[in-house]
Design a binder for this molecule. Structure first.
Ligand code: FES
Ligand code: FES
Length: 154
């Protein structure tokens, strides 16, 4: 039995400890905002936060995150999530949208630590998340805008 604390709610999960967190989020908890892309840790579509750090849910066994605070895209509201979502809309970042939950979660983890990231820091932080629609330029611009909004305290 594993205890998962997801978006401020506690769940007791009766699944083997090596079950990937992504499976439990999507299939047991109905949190389908976290996407299944490659399933092997290569695309970033499944990124969530564990203790505030970006983590690939497809290669994270549930036993490794027992009782640790987990946030999914459904729980990203607040700071910096709101600033990012606003900037995402302003810049029209999304195309097909499939990678976007992973992009937003990764960007939120970055801005939680760094309110003035350089282009190089953004590229380094965001590099685990692939976008086959090529939205990288708009993502970078939106992160800069969200960071500026956070620095203003807006
Ligand atoms: S689905 Fe997890 S990294 Fe691709
Ligand atoms: S918006 Fe389509 S994969 Fe990124």
């Amino acid at each position: 039995m594993t205890t998962l604390d997801v978006n401020g709610r506690r769940y007791r999960i009766d699944q083997p400890g090596d079950t990937p967190l992504l499976w439990v989020l999507r299939e047991r908890l109905g949190l389908t905002g976290t996407k299944y892309g490659c399933g092997t840790g290569l695309c970033g579509a499944c990124t969530v936060h564990v203790q505030g750090e970006a983590r690939l849910a497809c290669i994270t066994p549930i036993s490794s995150v027992d009782r640790q605070p987990i946030t999914t895209i459904e729980g990203i509201a607040g700071r910096p999530g709101d600033a990012l979502m606003e900037a995402w809309i302003e810049h029209g970042v999304s195309q097909c949208g499939y990678c976007q939950p992973g992009q937003l979660m990764t960007a939120a983890a970055l801005l939680a630590k760094n309110r003035q990231p350089t282009d190089a820091e953004i590229e380094r932080a965001m590099s685990p998340v692939l976008c086959r629609c090529g939205t990288y330029g708009r993502i970078r611009a939106a992160i800069h805008d969200a960071a500026a909004q956070l620095r203003r305290g807006a």
